[in-house]
Design a protein around this ligand. Structure first.
Ligand code: SF4
Length: 126
């Protein structure tokens, strides 16, 4: 998480201190924020397969695509802040639904949080 003190996660290289209240181009702070966790069926059949894809839609975005179909989530930041522990529980809940994969929708800005959440989820499983 210390990489957030001078954030260079993506090529924007904002170098802002997200752990101390600064925000960069993506508008993310030090918390994880998500808009939705759901099972996507049918869309992109080669990915969603028979049981669906376990999507987690992250709020905000480091891209600013002008035709984004998730504008309210990606650009207006709709969603709620959750803890890393809660994110781990969401991953495990998706897995319990026997989805074909965990589908992280625009996760780049939260990569450190996600790594920690996966570690927690792995510990909780064993
Ligand atoms: S993740 Fe956000 S704050 Fe970090 S470099 Fe990219 S746009 Fe800037």
């Amino acid at each position: 998480m210390e990489g957030l003190t001078k954030c260079q996660i993506c090529p924007h290289n904002c170098k802002v201190d997200r752990l101390n209240g600064q925000i960069g181009r993506c508008k993310c702070n030090d918390k994880v924020k998500i808009a939705l966790a759901s099972v996507h069926q049918y869309e992109e059949p080669c990915i969603s397969g028979e049981n669906g894809s376990g999507t987690v839609f992250f709020s905000n975005c480091n891209l600013n695509c002008i035709y984004c179909q998730n504008y309210e989530i990606s650009q207006l930041g709709k969603g709620k802040e959750i803890s890393i522990n809660e994110l781990a529980d969401i991953f495990l809940k998706q897995q319990s639904k026997k989805v074909n994969n965990i589908n992280l929708v625009t996760p780049t800005m939260y990569v450190y949080h996600i790594i920690e959440a996966i570690k927690i989820a792995k510990r909780k499983r064993t």
